[in-house]
Design a protein around this ligand. Structure first.
Ligand code: PMP
Length: 318
């Protein structure tokens, strides 16, 4: 779908996957005017396909577009385009238990612009790919390192929206961490340098007794849809969930730590390296709270339990 600045998107069409043409002076290539979303479709036992809260991704893209001076598809256009793309690729949705179809909606300033300004034209597209587990550990515990020098986002910046530049900004710290054998990086806030923010592509939760804490949404972390869903699921299971400033020192006292995101689902953290300390959780196992929340969320997303929250959207391939 295409749209001029100040205009609105008209419905798009399905095209075979392939390279796209882009002006060398397009807004996205020169000034980073780009946003994306990440979603998953799961195959049910009866062959139908489930999407998880697609309207939440549409709304998040609309908020991001506002921050990045871009027009965006309406929620209906976004959701209908996702459904049409998934159905057109139904043969790529893996069988139950064998992974999922990852869905990548992308919105970019595709029009040419030389001086710094919003692009004159925008393109919205969606591509898909079957995927397995995000971390090479699978659903086994991951090992994080706290980053002390590089920051992912600043107050007033774009950390709260899913713009492409945020991901370029984490590549250096993430590559260095991976080269040392860590699964990913845990970022701290850049003002006090002691409050937890998030991991390169997922949100973080810290468990102590029956209380689950997670950094509050204050413009520097991405408001994850999995994060929001896990908060509701945990509360429905009687846990107290606190959204607040979480001090990095709380990692030393925590019973369990886990990450949430579309790609990582709920991933338990086995250890966190913080300055010269290495804190381990759950003796390398899947902590009871992470295990329970993982199991509840994935069974809901895969259609194995009744969806009392009305979060899933069922597609019936013809
Ligand atoms: N934080 C960042 C930086 C991310 O890229 C993601 C993945 N979209 C998340 C958190 C988790 O968000 P969600 O649960 O919506 O996938």
């Amino acid at each position: 779908m295409k749209c001029a600045q100040g205009g609105s998107f008209s419905n798009g069409e399905l095209q075979r996957f392939g390279n796209i043409e882009l002006s060398p002076s397009s807004g996205v290539l020169n000034y980073g005017q780009g946003l994306f979303e990440g979603m998953k479709a799961y195959r049910k036992q009866d062959g139908n396909i489930l999407l998880f809260r697609p309207e939440e991704n549409a709304l998040r893209m609309r908020l991001g577009a506002e921050r990045m001076c871009m027009p965006s598809p309406t929620v209906e256009q976004f959701v209908e385009a996702v459904k049409a793309t998934v159905l057109a690729n139904k043969r790529w949705v893996p069988p139950p238990g064998k992974g999922s179809l990852y869905i990548r909606p992308l919105l970019m300033g595709s029009g040419a612009v030389l001086g710094l300004a919003p692009a004159p034209e925008y393109t919205f597209l969606i591509y898909v790919s079957p995927v397995g587990n995000y971390f090479k550990e699978g659903i086994a515990p991951i090992n994080l390192i706290v980053e002390h020098e590089l920051h992912r986002a600043t107050p007033g910046g774009t950390g709260g929206v899913k713009t492409i530049g945020n991901y370029a900004a984490v590549l250096k710290a993430q590559s260095a961490a991976k080269a040392k054998g860590y699964s990913d990086v845990l970022y701290l806030d850049c003002v006090h340098k002691k409050y937890l923010e998030e991991v390169s592509s997922c949100n973080i939760f810290v468990v102590k007794g029956d209380v689950i804490s997670t950094p509050s949404i204050k413009g520097t972390i991405l408001p994850g849809i999995t994060r929001k869903s896990i908060i509701d699921v945990a509360r429905s299971q009687g846990f107290q969930v606190e959204e607040r400033f979480v001090d990095v020192d709380e990692l030393l006292e925590a019973d369990e730590v886990f990450c949430t995101g579309t790609a990582v689902v709920v991933s338990p953290v086995g250890s966190i390296t913080y300055l010269d300390k290495r804190v381990s959780y759950g003796e390398g196992g899947f902590g009871a709270v992470s295990q329970k929340l993982y199991s509840m969320l994935t069974r809901l997303q895969m259609g194995l339990i009744e969806d009392k929250m009305d979060w899933t959207v069922e597609l019936k391939p013809a």
